[in-house]
Design a protein around this ligand. Structure first.
Ligand SMILES: Cc1cc2nc3c(=O)[nH]c(=O)nc-3n(C[C@H](O)[C@H](O)[C@H](O)COP(=O)(O)OP(=O)(O)OC[C@H]3O[C@@H](n4cnc5c(N)ncnc54)[C@H](O)[C@@H]3O)c2cc1C
Length: 458
């Protein structure tokens, strides 16, 4: 037994990307919410989304949108989840507009763009910074709510599991054990909650080349593995075909699919087109890798000369500026591009209400797997999917009645009672540093991904 700081809320949400923020906004205002995030609230992959967000334009597009999603996912998708996502899409867009999100319009009507593997233009966008526009507005609305508090630089290291239910999380502030000037332990801290929502994003931090923030190290998966919470399809990892080629360390810069949707072409070493640029992501990635091998080059070229200059600077100002900084004027010359890890279709298995296999624990967004994406995600479906199922989680929580307040009075956490593993105890006591703990977690997750991949092959 040892003493640990603690606080409580009705709901604790891990992650301040679109999934976490939108879930928080949908929790009734009479319930208290604590959101924790590993870095600053703005440091999430949601901010990085460029291309846009899909929507069901009109009823006539339903069959086609459904089929595009299923086909891209190799028909491994859960059709009920896909249907749910598509039919909820207009409500989500309405909500976003009411929160102040500004989508591109012409004469007051939405403008739709198209991305790879979509047979229709059905994607709403805000220049090439759609994710920033959406996430910033959600964050503004969250900060206005009195029932929601955000703890930044606060990393979840475990959940509080007791009697087969989740009663909150344990966090470290600034990734270390801390005692304040009065000698009181302030980190680690237990956050007791009736319901916990994991919205902690994808797995990019496990890979050297990824478009994701590198602090997204799939921490929720490590916790799920330790607590035997069900996982699904964790070997389904998407590689994005076109990221800006660089030998510098750090995140790979994405060259959005909508650039190809608007007419950009892929060229080999001889400046010849070698592929249909609008193939689904996984197929296009394979073709690019084959071409790189044939050309004996670490990249292929992407050329935007088919796109009018004013469309490049108007629709893709962020990509234009980035490439210029890297020494390429995309209105005049090709840029080198290479595939990199981008998205995680698998995750913690959830029901349509985003419930995990552990009572009182939900998972939403990229951390979760409700089967929408199957084996391969259709472009611009993930912001939408994150929000549709975050709202369902929040509504399920609003309807639930769970009596766990008695736990608030606990000051001492018994490691056996809460099923902390030795690794977690070590990092909570400060016996090992957080970085070492994270490295061990990464290895454990990669091993599990490999194991599940092999199991599928057999
Ligand atoms: C470059 C790029 C472009 C993209 N473009 C598009 C697009 O155009 N359209 C589209 O639909 N999708 C796009 N995506 C995918 C989409 O952005 C993500 O799938 C989606 O935003 C995931 O949202 P999320 O809320 O689940 O996770 P994130 O937005 O990644 O948020 C995860 C949060 O969890 C926190 N966190 C993680 N671990 C912990 C921990 N242990 N403790 C506390 N906090 C933790 C993080 O700090 C962060 O706040 C793109 C992704 C990238 C990387």
């Amino acid at each position: 037994m040892y003493q640990i700081a603690h606080t409580s809320a009705d709901v604790v949400i891990v992650g301040t990307g679109v999934a976490g923020l939108y879930a928080a906004l949908n929790i009734p205002s009479d319930q208290s919410v604590i959101m924790v995030t590993k870095k600053l609230a703005k440091e999430s992959d949601s901010y990085l989304a460029q291309g846009g967000i899909c929507v069901l334009k009109n009823q006539e597009d339903y069959e086609s949108y459904f089929e595009d999603t299923m086909k891209a996912g190799h028909y491994k998708n859960n059709p009920e989840s896909v249907k749910q996502m598509i039919l909820s899409s207009q409500d989500i867009i309405e909500d976003l507009v009411s929160y102040g999100v500004d989508f591109e319009r012409e004469n007051g009507a939405f403008v739709y763009t198209r991305e790879a593997a979509h047979s229709e233009a059905r994607i709403l966008f805000h220049k090439d910074i759609t994710g920033k526009e959406i996430t910033e507005k959600l964050l503004e609305r969250v900060r206005e709510k009195e029932n929601i508090r955000i703890f930044e630089n606060t990393v979840m290291v475990d959940i509080l599991e007791k009697n087969n239910a989740c009663h909150g999380i344990v966090v470290l502030k600034d990734k270390r054990v801390q005692i304040d000037e009065h000698g009181i332990l302030t980190s680690p801290m237990a956050i007791f909650a009736r319901h916990t929502i994991l919205a902690s994003g994808g797995v990019g931090g496990l890979f050297r080349d990824s478009t994701n923030f590198d602090h997204l190290t799939a921490d929720a998966l490590a916790i799920a593995i330790r607590h035997q919470i069900k996982l699904k399809d964790i070997d389904y990892i998407q590689i994005h075909p076109t990221t800006f080629y660089s030998t510098k360390p750090g995140r790979r810069f994405l060259i959005s699919e909508s650039v190809r949707g608007e007419g950009a072409t892929l060229l080999n070493r001889q400046n010849e087109r070698f592929v249909d640029e609008l193939l689904p992501r996984d197929q296009l990635t394979n073709k690019i890798v084959e071409q790189m091998q044939k050309d004996q080059m670490p990249y292929v070229w992407l050329n935007m000369s088919n796109i009018p200059q004013e469309d490049i600077t108007g629709h893709f100002p962020n990509i234009y500026a980035y490439c210029l900084e890297e020494g390429y004027d995309v209105t005049k010359e090709s840029i080198p591009v290479v595939p990199a890890q981008h998205y995680f279709m698998g995750g913690i298995e959830v029901t349509r209400q985003s419930k995990t296999s552990l009572e009182q624990l939900y998972a939403v967004g990229e951390t979760s797997c409700n089967g929408v994406h199957g084996a391969n995600r259709l472009a611009s479906n993930s912001l939408l999917e994150s929000m549709v199922f975050a709202k369902l989680a929040a509504h399920d929580i609003a309807d639930a009645t769970v009596e766990t307040h008695a736990l608030d009075s606990l000051q001492a956490l018994d490691q056996d009672e809460f099923r902390f593993s030795n690794e977690v105890i070590e990092v909570l006591y400060g016996d090992i540093g957080y970085e070492e703990f994270e490295e061990n977690n990464k290895k454990m997750i990669l091993d599990e991904i490999e194991r599940m991949g092999k199991e599928r092959e057999e």
